[in-house]
Design a protein around this ligand. Structure first.
Ligand code: PLP
Ligand code: ZN
Length: 408
């Protein structure tokens, strides 16, 4: 198939898992032109396998471009980069002992540009926009995605329009405006923000980089899987708990591990992928428990974990496929358990987590109680972003420890 020289030779096509369609990159593609569902990138993995041994990684740096052989761009394409990825996998020795698991690791993503793992996806999406010749990007966001998008758009010198729910924590909005983005506050959730963006940034000048509305954010998030595998010595964990909003990271890891099996980089045993949500917005957990292939929209979504307040994830079928295909599960934690897990990560391990990340620790506790995670297992949890951007959540968490001691 033909495509422009910005893309690497071994990028074969964009596939639609929903209808089986296959498309080239001779023109910009957001979603499947046939059925409107998400597109995923296909590479010629046999050819990459023959040419890129695992030992040759590192040629392009220690950030996520280390895995450039399995990313979309040609070697000559000058990517805009801010140091995304290459984050530590930290041993949580004290919590492993408390929760009685053999090994517990935390993938600490707050060291990314704009302090969250959204940088991985948006770095790829903004470079994709440039490769497609676009001069502006647009997206709805619960906070972190908008900040990352705004930073890369600033670095690339292109426009950026963001719609966020009007109760999005203020640090995000300040940051986005500082980067020169146009920001609109919208009543409701990210679903309503998505509708606002569709009107405000329509037309060919604006490239929609909403979750799964273009194929490259997934490629950026995929690097989480590559990093975890490499950081554990090419030896996958038994269980990975992921805080699931739009689901890019979960689907990305699922893709990464399958690619690595095909590349011969890993012995073939898939970790169980656990989608963690909160009780106030758990559409994936509900669909998983009911045995459904699609999720229905969650009414009245509420949680301080803004990244998990995604009532209708667009890639619901891909998320459910990754959970079931890996033998994993889906867990909803209460708001209180999530706040307590924030306190535990900070007091026991020195990690000032975002609420979404802390939810994975609360979910692990629940799975230890139910016996679904066993004492001899090796487990990975996430801190997906910095706690510093969630003053409300931290006030609420600290008030649980000491109701009198929190200044407003
Ligand atoms: C967006 C976000 C999530 C959810 O990530 P998805 O890949 O959309 O499921 C989790 N944590 C934080 C901090 C986020 O910003
Ligand atoms: Zn399709």
């Amino acid at each position: 198939m033909s495509h422009s020289p910005e893309f690497q030779r071994d990028l074969v096509a964009l596939d639609c898992p929903a209808c089986g369609g296959s498309f080239d990159l001779s023109q910009p593609r957001n979603v499947c032109p046939g059925c409107g569902r998400p597109l995923v990138v296909r590479y010629d993995l046999a050819r990459i396998r023959a040419q890129v041994p695992r030992e040759s990684l590192g040629r392009y740096g220690t950030d996520l471009w280390r895995y450039r052989a399995v990313l979309p761009f040609a070697p000559e394409f000058a990517v805009v980069r801010l140091g995304e990825g290459g984050t530590p996998l930290l041993p949580m020795a004290r919590l492993a002992e408390r929760l009685e698991v053999a090994e517990l690791w935390l993938k600490e993503e707050s060291g990314n540009p704009t302090q969250s793992f959204k940088a991985r996806g948006l770095a790829l999406a903004v470079n994709g926009a440039i490769a497609f010749g676009k001069r502006g990007i647009a997206l709805p966001s619960a906070g972190n995605a908008g900040s990352a998008a705004a930073a890369y758009a600033a670095a690339a010198g292109i426009g950026c329009r963001i719609a966020v729910p009007d109760d999005t924590p203020e640090p995000f909005v300040l940051e986005q405006r500082a980067f020169g983005a146009e920001v609109r506050l919208v009543r409701g959730t990210i679903s309503d923000a998505g509708k606002a963006i569709a009107e405000w940034a329509s037309g060919p000048d604006w490239w929609n980089v909403a979750t799964f509305k273009e194929p490259f954010r997934l490629e950026g998030k995929k690097t989480l899987g590559y990093e975890i595998a490499e950081q554990l010595g090419w030896n996958l964990p038994d269980v990975i708990l992921y805080p699931t909003g739009g689901g890019t990271g979960l689907v990305g890891m699922w893709r990464a591990f399958r690619e690595m099996f095909e590349l011969g980089w890993l012995p073939g045993r898939m970790p169980r992928l656990v989608a963690v949500q909160v009780a106030g917005c758990a559409p994936i957990v509900r669909a998983f428990d009911a045995g459904e292939a699609r999720a229905t929209a969650w009414e009245g979504a509420v949680t301080v974990a803004s990244g998990l307040r995604v009532p209708g994830p667009f890639a619901d079928s891909l998320i459910l496929e990754a959970i079931r295909g890996s033998g994993g599960t889906a867990v909803a934690v209460s708001e209180e358990d999530m706040l307590d897990a924030m306190l535990q990560l900070s007091a026991d391990e020195g990690v000032f987590a975002c609420p979404e990340g802390a939810a994975t620790l609360a979910a692990l506790r629940a799975l230890r109680v139910s016996g679904e995670v066993k004492p001899d297992e090796r487990v990975v949890i996430y801190d997906t972003g910095s706690g510093l951007k969630y003053p409300e959540a931290w006030r609420a968490a600290l008030a649980r420890r000491d109701p009198a001691g929190v200044r407003s």
